[in-house]
Write a protein that binds this ligand. Sequence first.
Ligand SMILES: C[S@@+](CC[C@H](N)C(=O)[O-])C[C@H]1O[C@@H](n2cnc3c(N)ncnc32)[C@H](O)[C@@H]1O
Length: 218
Amino acid sequence: MRLMNSSKEKDFVKLSEEWFDNQAKVYDETDTILYSKYGKISCKDIYDYLKDKNYEKLLDVGCGTAYLIEMLSKTHRAKHIGLDLSSEMIRQASEKHIDGAEFVVGKSDELPFEDNTFDVVTCSQSFHHYPDTDKAMKEVFRVLKPGGIYILSDTGVGFFKMLGVMVDNFIYTRFSNTGDCNVSYLNKSIRDLKRNGFEIVKGEKLTTFIYTVVAKKN
Ligand SMILES: C[S@@+](CC[C@H](N)C(=O)[O-])C[C@H]1O[C@@H](n2cnc3c(N)ncnc32)[C@H](O)[C@@H]1O
């Protein structure tokens, strides 16, 4: 969904970049909702899904400080690539010197990779910052190999569904400077993924407001 609301004139990508550049240094250690609390829950869930699966190349879109890649690299001898809009988040990730990992500054809707490159693409607590979510899903679809898996874990509006989406995306985004612009919920994300060509492997709520969907490119 391309964001078309009363705050469409806001530059959400720039706001997200500034927001996360500013929190990068203390992101890991600040375990609250506006910092790493939800990311840790989503990363752990993604890790649990992948821990006994083999893959050669994984891309984490919106990787932040590499919390997920750090966990995965302890159990998987694979190539892990983290991409993030915020150069300060990428600096924190790179300074962890994780074996087999590479980090690049980039945007979710213009992934700097060739078609059919990755076995797995992950996205933890980043998706609700993307102004054009269809474009972001299409980019993931393009860079995944056939048979590849996309794991999307994000904050949603829980049982408020469309009402929550409207309040969040049409009212909250007007006043916030966090770069949030496209909060969704489990069933909506499943519909969006299907519309963009994915087959759904599984989808579940982890908490009232956090959900994970595993989808496949056939
Ligand atoms: C809440 S943090 C989550 C970081 C990490 N995935 C985790 O779960 O701990 C969201 C991250 O998404 C990144 N981000 C936001 N918009 C983005 C975009 N359009 N393209 C790439 N990364 C983006 C931010 O810079 C930030 O590092």
